[in-house]
Design a protein around this ligand. Structure first.
Ligand code: SF4
Ligand code: SF4
Length: 247
């Protein structure tokens, strides 16, 4: 017992003070892109050619964060003259069209549904559905339950049964084989219910977009309330999204 108390004293309090205290991420992290306004069409076109996700809208000089996997190739090729990625992890959006951006994303809290805040602001239970994800999205969601993030201190928990949940949090490109299981899980959640698309795969199919083996876009199957970009989304991106959309 004494050993445990000694260990506790040595460890101290490890839970992050976010969101009361801001967190600065490592310089290598790629978050919200900042697009240069005066970039030439030729350079944007070159960036679009190397983009593995077809995520660059050449005509308007925008990036689709629902498709982007944050590989950084466009930033490297343009030497920052088209885009630089900031350390801002606040990437989530309430509407799919908001993800097509020059970096000025609308405030998520301004687009949240008021009745969801009222219903789930104090307690939100989610059922995670991995619809053929590569496990990175799932692992980085799981991280939210570690002592550092301690998601349950905000009244948000992942539960085992969809019947105990207020909504589903979907990762992966939705393989054809997972389609029925996903829809059955959704049906089992009592209304009113929330649908969250997490990661490039669930939003647009990600690297699997266009494959006949995947649905590739959760919106084709269900009404999505919250989009969380990334490949995978950083745990802080997910935490920011949940806190700003529901609290
Ligand atoms: S960072 Fe995004 S937009 Fe840029 S090349 Fe990679 S996938 Fe395409
Ligand atoms: S979005 Fe990226 S990390 Fe997430 S499941 Fe798809 S490939 Fe994996």
């Amino acid at each position: 017992m004494l050993k445990i108390i000694k260990n506790k004293l040595e460890q101290g309090y490890r839970t992050s003070k976010y969101p009361k205290t801001p967190i600065t991420l490592n310089k290598r992290y790629r978050g919200v892109p900042q697009i240069k306004k005066n970039c030439s069409a030729a350079l944007i076109s070159k960036c679009a050619d190397v983009c593995p996700q077809d995520a660059i809208d050449v005509e308007h000089g925008l990036i689709d964060l629902g498709r982007c996997v944050f590989c950084g190739q466009c930033e490297t090729l343009s030497k920052g003259d088209f885009v630089t990625f900031t350390q801002n992890f606040e990437l989530a959006a309430a509407k799919r069209e908001h993800l097509l951006t020059d970096g000025n994303l609308p405030r998520l809290a301004d687009n949240a549904k008021a009745h969801f805040k009222k219903l789930f602001g104090r307690s939100l239970q989610l059922r995670q559905v991995s619809a053929a994800g590569c496990n990175a999205c799932e692992a980085d969601t799981n991280v939210l339950n570690t002592p550092f993030f301690d998601l349950s201190r905000f009244g948000i928990q992942f539960v085992a049964s969809p019947r105990h949940a207020d909504g589903i949090h979907v990762t992966g490109p939705i393989s054809i084989n997972m389609r029925a299981a996903l829809l059955t899980t959704y049906e089992a959640v009592p209304a009113p219910k929330v649908v969250i698309a997490s990661g490039s795969c669930a939003i647009s199919g990600g690297p699997f977009r266009g494959s006949p083996e995947v649905v590739g876009d959760l919106e084709k199957l269900l009404p999505v309330d919250l989009f969380i970009p990334g490949c995978p989304p950083h745990p802080l991106t997910t935490l920011h999204a949940l806190l700003n959309y529901f609290k």
